[in-house]
Each structure stands twice: as structure tokens, then as C-alpha cells.
Design a protein around this ligand. Structure first.
Ligand SMILES: C[S@@+](CC[C@H](N)C(=O)[O-])C[C@H]1O[C@@H](n2cnc3c(N)ncnc32)[C@H](O)[C@@H]1O
Length: 386
């Protein structure tokens, strides 16, 4: 057994133990498809910068077979890796990656494929997830698109070298991929602020779409059952996943609001911990994203450590926890943002603390809502100008 095969088995055993991987057909796909051939180079975080790693560097293989997201592109620029390799670690915003195998496993299982299903994957990236789909369904049933030719072309070549020849196209996945429609399944591995109506139109009635919602706080997986035309109904899933956004769905940077923030009002105590709002494991996190859409978190630009919450309307709050575990806030901007967060928390408690999996999603073309019994929130609320 090669060291790559051993490392891969170890990864699969871990994914099975934690319950990310359950279906024997997907277990076999993860056992057979090599991840390392899709990751000859990538970036690893070093503080707030990114260091370039290459095949045969010490630790390369164990890193490839760890349950980690590995960033493969910064700033939509294919030349950044070579620059980082030649010089010191560089700053940049991740724009492509090989996603965490654990999250890939969850998404693939939630896709509930059956033999013979025709699948469109949006966001080819390295091609590793495409290879898993090809292994499970046969390449003839798989189409994959990425908007970036600098990613798609090497992914296609790596897939072909492994013997997989799905339809790989450079295309804007927001439009789906009409040439091979209709599909039984659409899987999008970048996150979306709203469900593109084209996806529903290109999915057979009763077919499934799995994707993640693009929200700075409260992101998460949804699965939608396609209805007729551009309609569908689905659910927010308990198992979570967070992905980089589709290009046209990128959000404004929270730092811009912070840079022009007004003076704070007086500091006051609060009972609410910041983790209750921000931690993906907190059941309130999804609800606060519905009540205060656009809410995001940012490190303090002055010391790089303290944490702010900011809203696109220009309001902000800085949350502190002292050495006695007492919480305090300072707020500024047009409204008192932390007061609004506390009001959302009270409302969440009054609704009996609903968890993300109790919410449904309804799509009717551009009309898209998240629902909880009689409550309604827009999937993609209108932008508020700062
Ligand atoms: C998290 S990566 C995908 C990971 C990939 N599935 C893998 O296994 O390596 C997200 C990808 O979505 C792509 N993307 C962003 N916007 C897109 C769009 N409008 N259409 C198609 N692909 C898009 C990015 O170029 C990026 O490669």
C-alpha cells in the first residue's frame, strides 16, 4: 500500500467516525479517488498571510489528506502562488480551494443521488469533487463548470489523467449549464446569496439542488426540491457547510464600514456572549442572520484582535469580555446594533429557540423566502447602502 493510499484510508476512517461519510458508495469513492493529484500546490495560512506549498515539501501529503480546506487561488489571480513561492507569504483573499473533505462528504450525501442520475456541479475548482461524482455516477452523467479558465483547464487535464472525462466547461454557473440540461441533481460548491432561477429551470421536477447560502454570519446548506419552471421548495439542513461565494454574489467588505465608523456611545454591560451570535455551532447564529441580514464580523483594525460586528447601514458594535467573563459593548453608527442583536435574541427565545433545520426555503423565480411557520424572511434581502 502506498503512503498516499494509507493516508487516504486514514482520512476516510476519520470521516466515517465523525458521521460525515455514511453511504457505502461514497465511502468507496473517497477510498478510491486520490486527492493529492488535484493538489500539487496550494496555500497555507501563516498569520494573516498565505505561504505557498508544493508537492514534496515536508508535510505536503499529510496536509493533503487532513480534513482541511486547502486554498488554491488568491484574488482570482493564477500568478499569486508563484509570487508567494518566490518571496515571503503574501496577503490575499481566497477565490478557489479544495473544500474540506468532511463538508464535501456531507454535501455529496445530502445530494441523495441514485445510479444513472445526471448531475451538474457548479464550481469545479481543483476537480477533486468532480472526480468523486464521476466515480459514483460515471463521467457520462457528470457536467461541471467553473467561471475561471485558469482553474477549469488544469482540473480537466487532471481528471482526464485519472481516466475521467466529464463535460468540463468554462461557464458562469449562475446560468446553470443549458447544453446538458435537464439534470436530476445540481450541486454548487460556491455559495449563493439567492438561488439562481436557471438552476430550477434546468432541474427535472422532483430533482434536487444542494448549495450553501452566502452570508457572512449564518451561512449554511440548503436542499431544494425542484418544482415546475423556476419554482422549488426545500429545507435548511442541520449539517453545515460554508463556501466561498459565487463571483457575482460577493459581499461588501466589513472593513469599509469600520474604516468610516462614527464615535461610540457609552460602554455598557451585556449578558449575551459574542460566540452565541458568531459561533457556527450556536443555534442562534442562523436566526440572527435572518433578523439582521448583512451582519458581519471583523477584527479590530487597530489591534487586529478585538472583534466588531458591523452592518452595511454603517452601524457597528465592539464586544469585549473581561477577565471575569463579564461582557461589555460599545456601539456606533445610525442605530444601536447590539440592541438590535439582543432584540433578535429575545425574539428567537420567544419562538422557542428554533434551530436551522426547522426553517424551510421557498423559491418562486426571483421571489425567495426562508420560512418558519407563519414567519417570513427574504433569502436575499435588498442591500442597505452604508
Ligand atoms: C470552493 S471552490 C470549489 C471547490 C471544488 N469543488 C473542488 O473540489 O476543488 C469554488 C469555485 O467556484 C468557482 N466559481 C465562482 N463563481 C462561479 C460562477 N459564477 N460560476 C462557476 N464557478 C464559479 C470558483 O472559481 C471556485 O473554483
Amino acid at each position: 500500500m502506498t503512503s498516499a493510499t494509507r493516508a487516504r484510508r486514514h482520512l476516510v476512517d476519520g470521516l466515517r467516525r465523525e458521521g460525515a461519510l455514511r453511504d457505502p458508495r461514497w465511502i468507496e469513492a473517497f477510498r478510491q479517488v486520490p486527492r493529492h493529484v488535484f493538489l500539487p500546490r496550494f496555500f497555507l495560512p501563516q498569520g494573516i498571510r498565505w505561504a505557498a506549498v508544493e508537492q514534496d515539501d515536508p508535510g505536503w501529503l499529510p496536509t493533503v489528506y487532513s480534513d482541511s480546506v486547502l486554498v488554491t487561488q488568491l484574488d482570482d489571480d493564477p500568478d499569486r502562488w508563484a509570487l508567494a513561492r518566490r518571496s515571503e507569504p503574501i496577503a490575499g483573499v481566497p477565490t478557489s480551494s479544495s473544500s474540506m473533505p468532511g463538508i464535501m462528504a456531507v454535501m455529496l450525501e445530502e445530494l441523495r443521488v441514485a445510479d444513472g442520475d445526471r448531475v451538474l456541479e457548479i464550481g469545479t475548482g481543483t476537480g477533486y469533487n468532480t472526480a468523486l461524482l464521476c466515480h459514483r455516477l460515471g463521467a457520462a452523467n457528470v457536467s461541471t463548470v467553473d467561471i475561471d479558465p485558469a482553474l477549469l483547464l488544469p482540473a480537466r487535464a487532471t481528471l482526464a489523467a485519472l481516466g475521467y472525462t466529464p463535460d468540463c466547461a468554462v461557464a458562469d454557473g449562475e446560468q446553470g449549464y443549458p447544453p446538458n440540461a435537464p439534470y436530476n441533481r445540481i450541486l454548487c460548491t460556491c455559495s449563493v446569496s439567492r438561488i439562481p432561477p436557471a438552476w430550477l429551470e434546468q432541474t427535472r421536477t422532483g430533482g434536487l439542488i444542494v448549495t450553501t447560502l452566502n452570508r457572512p454570519i449564518g451561512a449554511g446548506l440548503v436542499r431544494i426540491v425542484a418544482g415546475d419552471g423556476a419554482t422549488g421548495e426545500g429545507e435548511v439542513l442541520a449539517r453545515d457547510g460554508r463556501f466561498m461565494p459565487m463571483r457575482a454574489h460577493r459581499l461588501a467588505d466589513a472593513g469599509t464600514v469600520l474604516a468610516r465608523r462614527a464615535a461610540p456611545v457609552a460602554r455598557r454591560p451585556t449578558e449575551l456572549a459574542l460566540t452565541t451570535v458568531l459561533d457556527p455551532g450556536s443555534p442562534f447564529e442562523f436566526f440572527v442572520s435572518l433578523e439582521l441580514p448583512g451582519l458581519s464580523a471583523a477584527f479590530d483594525p487597530d489591534d487586529g484582535q478585538g472583534c466588531f460586528l458591523v452592518h452595511p447601514d454603517g452601524s457597528w458594535v465592539r464586544h469585549h469580555t473581561d477577565e471575569h467573563d463579564e461582557h461589555f459593548v460599545e456601539q456606533g453608527g445610525g442605530r444601536r446594533l447590539w440592541d438590535a442583536v439582543e432584540a433578535a435574541y429575545a425574539r428567537w427565545q420567544a419562538l422557542d429557540r428554533p434551530r436551522r433545520e426547522q426553517f424551510t426555503i421557498i423559491v418562486n423565480g426571483a421571489q425567495q423566502e426562508i420560512r418558519l411557520a407563519e414567519q417570513r424572511w427574504p433569502v436575499d434581502p435588498p442591500a442597505v447602502s452604508a
